[in-house]
Write a protein that binds this ligand. Structure first.
Ligand code: F6R
Length: 254
């Protein structure tokens, strides 16, 4: 089931998403939360930091698993996703360091690294709430359009386009890692609930495709149609290609 919440703008989207995450932690303080990087959830992370500073919320018992990481970058590399999460959220709240889990950017045995991450998620009891962004091509995590779904945590070669577009964060194109480690489609679908955020007109096609009625690995996010508990929080721009019933704002169920 997909629940759609359409907001007026990005700020309202960020507030709504933060409220949903806070409600999950209220219901179950030791929730396992799957986090995403990228620009979309930054506003939600700011809202969560503000709530924490107002002493409305505690992250003391929360455990976390992130979706993905660049291969070859250490945790303290300024472009690593681990560093991003520290900067944008973790270092500002009372999450315990030992409860933060990340796919490793540095490893000697890739298969073992991927399997260990899957084992760690299982040992933690599975992810209660997974935060997702969406790529303009429908990717989720680093699961790019492909001939088939890759189910579990795996290593991906970055597409040339991704390398070029990410070069702006690095000194030059040569410095952009060529590979990433990402949760697979089943690792994501195993989460008990999913919260997908999308903002801006350039995400409208990708958001529309989630409701295509077809599940296809060329548009990885279409798999979400098979999940029992997905909430999409989208601003008006990202919702602009959805049917009229979704445009009214508020909550719609698909
Ligand atoms: C991030 C991730 C990606 C992003 C997606 C959208 O951990 O896995 O799938 O969620 O690329 O990125 P933004 O939010 O920057 O548009």
């Amino acid at each position: 089931m997909i629940r759609v919440i359409v907001t007026e703008h990005y700020q309202e989207l960020s507030q709504k998403a933060a409220q949903l995450l806070a409600a999950q932690l209220q219901k179950k303080p030791d929730s396992v939360i799957g986090f995403a990087t990228g620009s979309t959830p930054i506003g939600m992370y700011k809202e969560l930091i503000n709530s924490y500073n107002r002493q409305e919320i505690s992250f003391d018992k929360m455990s976390t698993f992130n979706l993905d990481e660049y291969v070859g970058l250490t945790k303290d590399h300024p472009q690593s996703y681990y560093h991003f999460m520290q900067e944008q959220l973790f270092s500002h709240i009372n999450v315990r360091l030992e409860n933060i889990q990340f796919p490793p950017g540095i490893f000697t045995d890739a298969d073992r690294a991927c399997q260990s991450y899957e084992d760690a998620m299982k040992a933690a009891g599975g992810v209660d709430l997974q935060i997702l962004g969406i790529g303009v091509n429908g990717h989720i995590g680093f699961n790019e359009p492909d001939q088939q779904f890759t189910l579990y945590t795996h290593i991906v070669e970055l597409a040339q386009k991704t390398i070029e577009s990410n070069a702006r964060f690095f000194g030059s194109e040569d410095e952009v890692p060529r590979r990433a480690i990402t949760m697979g489609i089943k690792s994501i679908m195993d989460a008990r609930s999913i919260l997908l955020l999308a903002s801006d007109r350039n995400k409208a096609e990708a958001v529309q495709q989630i409701f295509s009625g077809k599940v296809e690995p060329q548009i990885p996010a279409t798999v979400l149609q098979l999940h029992p508990d997905v909430t999409l929080v989208v601003d008006r721009e990202a919702a602009s290609l959805l049917n009229e019933e979704f445009q009214t704002g508020g909550v719609c169920v698909w």
